[in-house]
Write a protein that binds this ligand. Structure first.
Ligand code: ZN
Length: 147
């Protein structure tokens, strides 16, 4: 089973292990657990997602509104979500709104990507990437920890 946090209400849910997870809805609020687009989260919400998600990797895009490369990467990150869900949950953390959370992640420059599995950071990357690069980087990082 996959265990994941509802982006809409924060409830912890279980979802099927196969592709049917894409259609799964939150048991509390009824929203889809995967919407096909990255979810914008606060620092507290990010901590809940990374600590409670199991069987699904969590990919976080740390960005800032003033950052041109971040704005360029936003549609690329969104396109990657459509290809990585339901094996990966994609989240966005605004480092300008959540500077303490971004600092706690050890992020000094944006855009930055952090990939979590079962509560631990397994890979990080800095700088602009295309959707294809994000998908390939994520698959490679997950393959390395599975090997
Ligand atoms: Zn919900």
């Amino acid at each position: 089973m996959r265990q994941l946090v509802c982006p809409a209400c924060g409830a912890t849910n279980r979802a099927p292990q196969d592709r049917n997870a894409l259609a799964a809805k939150c048991g509390r609020c009824g929203e889809r657990l995967f919407s096909g687009v990255p979810a914008e989260v606060s620092g507290a919400q990010l901590a809940a997602h990374t600590s409670k998600t199991r069987g699904v990797a969590v990919l976080v895009d740390v960005w800032a509104p003033w950052c041109g490369p971040c704005r360029s990467m936003a549609p690329q990150f969104a396109a990657a979500a459509a290809r990585l869900e339901p094996d990966v949950r994609l989240l966005k953390l605004n480092s300008e709104a959540e500077p303490r959370a971004a600092g706690a992640l050890g992020v000094s420059g944006v855009p930055a990507l952090l990939l979590y599995r079962d509560g631990a950071v397994i890979a990080r990357s800095a700088g602009l990437m295309s959707a294809a690069q994000i998908v390939a980087w994520t698959h490679q990082a997950l393959a390395q920890v599975s090997a």
